[in-house]
Write a protein that binds this ligand. Structure first.
Ligand code: SF4
Length: 370
């Protein structure tokens, strides 16, 4: 069966990058004036030439987001189940070569964490693990889903990419959403940052969203880790990937994230810096390119940045997050994946959302309605 990789293979990174950097203010103005924007328009909107048009982009982004989503922000929180990982990734605290104590939550420990998360008001949880097929495999996920399904309206997962059959097995257990970030579409750099483990297989990872689409998943999330490579080019390929998936798997919903590299135990410095203005430019560019896609911001970003981005295109936000297994109740000192930046509580974030005339939504749907 054909996959996104067949299309991706026809592109050259350097040529694509050059075409983005060659965009002019005339290209940007054409993109701003368009009713329906193309991938070429997206290139113009993320190009350096679009920087002086940020205010205009923000206004359009706000208008489109209000029209499609209203004045609401979906609240979600990660629940880290395990920091075991058999991959080496140069940018992650869970990397196999980081010789620290590992932990996988037992059913009882999971329920202790769930109790704290529910106490915070959450109905949408994102399950996160390292990529380790020995301790955290499809049977473990089935047990976890069975255990927590009665307690949440929406369950997302960010774990290792799996085979089609695995996804087909997990969806009846109540799995709603899968996030799978490509990290970078730069193949050589991908290899450099993922030297060992199953994740070093670029093709298997880039084809994961195809398998999710074939499995009929309700929603999938895409993105790259900003800081590994030229963000404009990486995000162009993300937009292209999204475009391809939406046409092929039109019954699935989509979300995008734009995590910037954060400090962690044994940390990697970003190769490419992205400043706050550029992140706003990217968020607006995604919205102008796609009115339907959900845009998500995590606690990686600072309190000040998150306060100011609420009205500009974001549709979901996390708060009170812990990035270590047991972080809420069981073992607060266990190894975290990365340091969070915004440490405010969910209640504080909900208050700030309300102060801006928006509503924090804890439960956007109920599985009994599907
Ligand atoms: S990014 Fe994922 S796969 Fe890589 S080391 Fe971290 S947890 Fe493991």
């Amino acid at each position: 069966m054909s996959s996104f990789n067949d299309i991706f293979e026809t592109y050259n990174w350097d040529d694509t990058k050059a075409s983005i950097y060659a965009k002019t203010s005339a290209d940007v103005e054409r993109a701003l004036a368009a009713d329906k924007r193309t991938l070429e328009d997206f290139k113009a909107l993320v190009s350096p030439a679009a920087a002086p048009y940020l205010e205009q982009m923000a206004q359009i982004s706000q208008r489109l987001t209000l029209k499609r989503f209203g004045k609401v922000l979906q609240m979600y929180v990660p629940l880290y189940l395990s920091n075991e990982c058999s991959n080496i990734c140069t940018y992650c605290g869970f990397s196999y070569d980081n010789k620290v104590k590992r932990k996988t939550l037992s059913p009882m420990e999971i329920m202790q964490e769930v109790a704290v998360i529910k106490e915070m008001g959450y109905e949408h949880v994102l399950l996160v693990t390292g990529e380790d097929n020995v301790n955290v495999h499809v049977d473990y996920f089935k047990k976890v889903l069975e255990l927590i399904r009665p307690h949440f309206a929406h369950i997302s997962m960010e774990v290792q990419p799996m085979d089609l059959e695995d996804y087909q097995q997990l969806t009846p257990y109540g799995l709603n959403t899968v996030l799978v970030y490509q990290e970078t579409y730069h193949k050589e750099d991908y290899k450099k940052h993922h030297p060992k483990g199953k994740k070093s297989n670029f093709k298997y990872r880039v084809e994961t969203p195809d398998r999710l689409g074939q499995a009929g998943i309700h929603k999938m999330g895409l993105g790259v880790l900003i800081g590994l490579e030229d963000w404009r080019t990486d995000c162009f390929f993300t937009a292209m990937h999204l475009n391809y998936l939406e046409k092929k798997y039109w019954q699935t919903k989509y979300s995008l994230s734009f995590p910037r590299l954060r400090p962690f135990s044994g940390g990697l410095e970003p190769k490419v810096e992205m400043n706050d203005r550029e992140l706003v430019q990217l968020i607006c560019a995604y919205r102008l390119f796609n009115e339907e896609v959900e845009l998500s911001i995590s606690t990686r970003e600072s309190a000040n940045f998150r306060n100011n981005i609420i009205k500009l295109g974001i549709t979901s936000i996390s708060a009170g997050s812990k990035t270590n297994p047991g972080g809420y109740a069981v073992e607060p000192e266990s190894l975290e994946q990365f340091e969070i930046s915004d440490e405010r509580s969910p209640a504080e974030i909900a208050k700030i959302i309300a102060q801006q005339g928006y509503e924090a939504v804890w439960k956007d749907w109920d599985s009994c309605l599907t």
